[in-house]
Design a protein around this ligand. Structure first.
Ligand SMILES: NC(=O)c1ccc[n+]([C@@H]2O[C@H](COP(=O)([O-])OP(=O)(O)OC[C@H]3O[C@@H](n4cnc5c(N)ncnc54)[C@H](O)[C@@H]3O)[C@@H](O)[C@H]2O)c1
Ligand SMILES: O=C(O)[C@H](O)COP(=O)(O)O
Length: 409
């Protein structure tokens, strides 16, 4: 267990959205016992109240960490997204407040890929409509419009961690795979990269979306793109709700241009399991609608809990920021018999010189020093060999551009 300047039981974690127990266990195993655990997300006003004395916050995709939230969290040093997406966090505001943000980029990817393949099979067989009819006392025994997945073409938009796994699983079932990505990617197996989005939409029997939420992906599938899809084709979206124009999709299901859809993410999602889910897609039996559970498996959640909690612990214990999504990455060894100071500042010229001048003016010997910058922020970790003085600390904090300066141990 690492020794740090603030007693570990004084370091407060606010964990929201029912992150897996593995996260709590990981924190406690390292001595962090001051944990406020909530099963739900919090609306902004309540979050602002609860986060005011937290050093760490843990969220999933529902909690919005806005600029106002960061402004109201003076003690916050890091946020853990216990999921892949970080679009719910104002990353720029986090950076400006010296808050490092971490996520779990891989742990739930297989779960999403499995769901997509399962949905493709069910939709090609017309299972959602047939099942719905059975629930209502109907009996739609027919092979009309029911197809095997073997030999069909899957079009993947976004060939990253999830898209590429869907590709491998699809090929193992005998599908042909084409993908579209803004980056040239190594195709796995026999997959081929389409030259543009329309080429992919024109040739795919099933289109599956695996892009992040960005300005460029907002409504990237609207009426014009759906019109490019083959008659009877299927659209699957388990990425982000803003990527598909839901009204255009509803029209394409209504006029029969599309054969079916599976949607896991929506432009507006209920804030809790008790709030009503509203969508024009509810009217269609050939739409599989799921409540944003692409990554919600026991395996994924348990792994995410450990992965993100470990990243928070490492940052808290020794200042390591490896794989942070908004902070310069520094991987640090633990040194004996030194004090470690962390200095986060705006990436402007002269800060490192000013830091070193403070140490030299106090006759403090630097044992080791680590600096990383990104376009906005610089992160300096300094190990010093003798006691620092409060005066030196104040001078470090007063350096122009300083966002945060603290003694770790
Ligand atoms: N439904 C769920 O529960 C669930 C679970 C996990 C992840 N997700 C979402 O799935 C998405 C993909 O996750 P991932 O881990 O595969 O991400 P990733 O970053 O590994 O891959 C995304 C890919 O999309 C590509 N891309 C980005 N912008 C594009 C554009 N405009 N056009 C085409 N391609 C573009 C990138 O180059 C990259 O290859 C994310 O939005 C994530 O939040 C949802
Ligand atoms: O970004 C993600 O990993 C997914 O959207 C899952 O989010 P969740 O943890 O809220 O289910």
């Amino acid at each position: 267990m690492a020794k740090i300047s603030l007693d570990k039981d004084k370091i407060r974690f606010l964990l929201l959205e029912g992150v897996h127990q593995s996260a709590v266990d990981t924190l406690k195993a390292d001595g962090y016992t001051n944990i406020d655990y909530l099963k739900t997300s919090l609306p902004e006003a309540e979050l602002i109240e609860r986060i005011s004395d937290a050093h760490f916050v843990g969220i999933r995709s529902r909690t919005q960490l806005t600029r106002r939230v960061f402004e109201s969290a003076p003690k916050l040093i890091a946020a853990g997204c216990f999921c892949i997406g970080t679009n719910q966090v104002d990353l720029e505001a986090a950076q400006e407040h010296g808050v490092a943000v971490f996520n779990a980029p891989f742990s739930n990817t297989r779960s999403v890929a499995e769901l997509v393949i399962a949905e493709a099979i069910l939709l090609l067989r017309g299972i959602p409509e047939k099942s719905a009819a059975c629930h209502r006392g109907g009996w739609l025994k027919s092979a009309a419009g029911a197809y095997e997945i073997r030999g069909k073409t899957l079009g993947i938009i976004g060939y990253g961690s999830i898209g590429s796994q869907v590709s491998v699983l699809a090929e193992s079932l005998g599908m042909k795979v084409a993908f579209y990505d803004v980056i040239t990617k190594l195709p796995l197996g026999n997959a081929v990269q389409a030259r543009n989005l329309n080429e992919l939409l024109n040739r795919a029997d099933i289109v599956s979306l695996h892009v992040p939420e960005t300005g460029a992906t907002k409504n990237m599938i609207g009426a014009a793109e759906i019109a490019q899809m083959k008659p009877g084709a299927i659209l699957i979206n388990a990425s982000r709700g803003t990527v598909v124009d839901i009204d255009a999709l509803a029209r394409a299901l209504g006029d029969g241009h599309l054969g079916g859809t599976a949607i896991d993410v929506f432009p507006v999602e209920p804030r809790s399991n008790t709030e009503e889910f509203v969508s024009p897609l509810r009217a269609f039996d050939n739409a599989i609608l799921t409540p944003h559970i692409g990554g919600s498996t026991q395996e994924a959640q348990e792994n995410i809990g450990v992965e993100v909690a470990e990243k928070l612990v490492k940052y808290s214990d020794n200042g390591t920021t490896t794989s942070s999504v908004n902070f310069p990455e520094v991987a640090l060894p633990t040194h004996e018999n030194v004090h470690r100071l962390l200095h986060v500042h705006k990436n402007i010229p002269g800060v490192l010189t000013a830091i070193n001048q403070v140490f030299s003016s106090h006759d403090i010997n630097i044992a080791s020093q680590y600096l990383q910058t990104n376009d906005k922020v610089g992160y300096v970790v300094v190990d010093i060999e003798r006691d620092y003085s409060e005066v030196a600390l104040k001078q470090l904090r007063d350096i122009e551009g300083t966002i945060r300066c603290r003694v770790l141990f």
